[in-house]
Write a new protein. Structure first.
Length: 138
């Protein structure tokens, strides 16, 4: 299980605005459990319009899509970010362009700050960006 948290950070304090739980299958596709533990796992039928059903459905959604939706939801409720700070997991061809497409009243587009791992590259505005040990500014 992983928790994904969206929040407001002012450089000193972090205020969570939304969260979601995600059930990751793991490398053996068994979520780190034995067959007996999987068989004994709690299960309950829920109404499709209940909050519990929505949370269970959320368990299997991918974190990148959910993170994009969380940023959009935060803006709808009144937050006006200039930057989105994200972990290296989110520095990919899907997340960065989708966040940059989001426009707010105060910014034509949001800027993304994140860490890219050395062996990874992403394409932003048609330009391939790669992490390296040497700075690419001159």
């Amino acid at each position: 299980m992983r928790a994904l948290v969206c929040g407001f950070w002012d450089g000193k304090s972090f205020i969570p605005t939304a969260f979601s739980l995600h059930n990751e299958p793991g490398k053996n596709r068994n979520r780190g459990m034995k067959n007996k533990e999987l068989a004994n796992q709690f299960y309950k039928e829920r109404d499709a319009d209940s909050p519990g059903f929505q949370r269970v459905k959320q368990l299997s959604t991918d974190k990148i899509s959910k993170a994009i939706q969380m940023v959009k939801d935060a803006i709808k409720t009144g937050f006006e970010p200039a930057y989105v700070l994200a972990d290296s997991l989110f520095m990919c061809d899907t997340f960065v362009p989708e966040i940059q497409k989001i426009k707010t009243r105060y910014a034509k587009k949001l800027h993304v700050i994140g860490l890219i791992k050395i062996n990874k590259s992403i394409i932003i505005n048609g330009i391939k960006k790669s992490a390296s040990l040497e700075p690419d500014y001159k």
